[in-house]
Design a protein around this ligand. Structure first.
Ligand code: NAD
Length: 281
């Protein structure tokens, strides 16, 4: 390693040390890995959790596990409760993160849900619920973060956790597909609108990742094999592999990148059915 490389390794990813990062849905899966990864790079983190009485015990345990991991890295952390689909709660959450950390520099819109149902049987309530969390929630958090960046006249970075389903349709998950498709233009439009103010907006599109959202297949060897058989790099991804790319996009190494979504998917978006030519010979 050269002297410069050694110095960089000691410093962590460029421009993250001492930054304040708000991660929505930060108590499990990809969000938890993101919070921990930023802390590893010396950033302070505000970990959002969902205040839902029916999930309180699990959420609380995960928040405590997350905070414990972050504390090990010797950085400041706060936990901030909010349902991201509720405007007043988002306003309060962002204000609390700003107040308790002394500002926010990076927002990661990670909170997300999905509902499985054939589209002709899907209720408008379930469709609205998924859009409200995944897309409207991301808009509301982004709006509050951008207001803060503009008021402070400082640069900022937003990373939206999208999905391969930003590109690939997902039958029987209509709300999810629509929300992640919308995520592309949330990312691109905000990126274009605020590039001149030093605010970068990017996305990460995970492929099949081992997290609680996939509890339907991760512990079932047959179903899991069925999932991985479709992936060119033949395995599921893990949360840490998503977190590394999120940290990169928020870092100074990505200072000239905005409006992009990086798919972290083992090649899932490469149309694997075309691995062997079949269409034109
Ligand atoms: P997860 O279920 O572990 O995480 C989702 C998080 O969102 C949880 O912490 C949950 O509490 C939080 N959340 C849900 N509704 C909320 C609300 N109204 N307000 C605040 N927080 C709320 O699953 P995950 O896989 O870690 O998902 C994280 C993100 O990654 C999601 O946006 C998901 O769509 C995306 N993603 C996951 C995969 C995958 O295979 N796991 C693939 C592509 C995209």
């Amino acid at each position: 390693m050269t002297t410069t490389e050694l110095a960089a390794a000691r410093e962590g990813m460029r421009g993250l040390k001492g930054k304040n990062v708000l991660v929505t849905g930060g108590t499990s899966g990809i969000g938890q890995a993101i919070a921990v990864r930023f802390a590893e790079h010396g950033a302070n983190v505000a970990i959002n959790y969902l205040r839902d009485p029916s999930e309180a015990a699990e959420t609380e345990g995960q928040v405590h596990a997350c905070v414990a991991k972050v504390r090990q890295e010797g950085v400041r952390d706060v936990v901030v409760g909010a349902d991201v689909s509720k405007e007043d709660e988002v306003e309060r959450m962002v204000a609390q993160a700003i107040e308790e950390l002394g500002g926010v520099d990076v927002l990661v819109n990670n909170a997300g849900i999905q509902v499985s149902c054939p589209s002709h049987e899907l209720s408008s309530e379930d469709f609205d619920k998924v859009l409200a969390v995944n897309l409207r929630g991301s808009f509301l958090c982004a709006r509050e973060a951008i207001r803060h960046f503009l008021a402070e006249e400082k640069p900022g970075s937003i990373v939206n956790i999208s999905s391969v389903h930003q590109l690939i349709p997902k039958p029987s998950y209509l709300g999810y597909s629509v929300s992640k498709g919308g995520m592309m233009n949330l990312t691109r439009t905000l990126a274009l609108e605020y590039a001149g103010q030093g605010i970068r907006v990017n996305g990460v599109g995970p492929g099949a990742t081992v997290t609680p959202i996939n509890r339907a297949w991760i512990d079932d060897p047959v179903k899991r094999e069925q999932v991985t058989s479709h992936i060119p790099i033949p395995r599921a991804g893990d949360s840490d592999e998503m977190a590394g790319v999120v940290a990169f996009l928020a870092s100074d190494d990505a200072a000239y990148i905005t409006g992009q979504t990086i798919f972290v998917d083992g090649g899932l978006t490469l149309f694997a059915d075309f691995r062997e030519p079949w269409s034109s010979e």
